[in-house]
Design a protein around this ligand. Sequence first.
Ligand code: 7PJ
Length: 404
Amino acid sequence: MIRARPLTSEHPEDLILAFRRMGLTEPTQRALLETLPFTRLLLTGLLPQDEAFLQTLSEAFPEWLPGDVHSRSGTGLLTGRAEQFQRLVTAARADARGLSALASAVASALAAGVAPAVLTLGERRFEWGSRTYVMGVVNVTPDSFSDGGRHAGTDAAVAHGLALAEAGADLLDVGGESTRPGSLPVSADEELARVIPVIEGLRARTDVPLSVDTTKAAVAREALKAGTHLINDITGFSSDAGLPRVVAEAGAACCLMHIQGTPATMQQAPRYDDVVEDVLAFLEAAILRAESAGIPRGRILLDPGIGFGKTFEHNLFLLRRLPELRVLGLPLLVGTSRKGFLGRLAGGKPASERLAATLGSVASMAALGGADVVRVHDVTEARDALAVADAIRRCEDGGTFYAR
Ligand code: 7PJ
């Protein structure tokens, strides 16, 4: 599988500010944006014919730097301007050796800076790229309603969901199965008994779109009937072969997450040669399962699965490299809230004391342009942190010379 991952890619917004400062006219700015942006891609998985093609490129094309021929054949760096990359895509498509996979990989990497299509869930529109959206977590597991039994548990979960909606959650994720490291599965009946009353309660009282955190077709089917808009499968449609069809038939959206192993065993010995590459390959296979069942690409979100079969370092590396996952062209949802790696970074704090660390992760993702949706327990605080990070990232007014 050939992959092209953007290491450096100039954002049009940054170039435009320079153009305004230079006093260039709008038509000139637009023309320059077609040719000038600078990109550096890491290529992996190349076949000999791809390498032969890249080795003979002239100066009209991006510069090619191959990886070590003995240990890492099939890898290398491509560096150049947008017009040079466009020429490369055209030439690879036309080449008689069959280089369409190379052409597609490079084209997807170049498109990684373009915002995914708008998603409508219920009454709400998600305009990707305009800001970071917030998914609030509504847990309905026994540890979250240990006092007072099921009915009290339902009421408490509904009240909690409504409070998160009030606090500005763009989506509410209802979960009836704990997926913490070491946790064991629960039956579909038990999961249904936990989540359906909560979905019904929320549906009747708020128009915030609802998501259900489940891996089971039987649970998804009932949850969708009760008014859920999105199915959040932490196994990326790899545990229940019937689930994608249920989502497709309801016209619902889905979030496909990467996991290595199962919640019961995933943290025992996570191992990757290249964690970004593995996550990309897994998510690509998940997208294929979704599309084969009839789910349109525009109704899929992706998630790297922070903490799901990953070491401390794997989690950090993935968060830093989130923009590389954009080559798949779909919005990214990321959950870091209160997770173990944050506790470790904050000097060993328990989950209940990880709010500030969570906000640090949320603001970092927003600043790096990584996440389209963050999944958090603390919605009010996350909205404030994101308002700051998003505003800094998008600020354009550096004085009169930057005016349009
Ligand atoms: C995630 C999730 C996540 C998505 C959980 C916890 C564990 N769904 N469900 N992404 N985490 N999509 O909240 O700590 O990261 S449950």
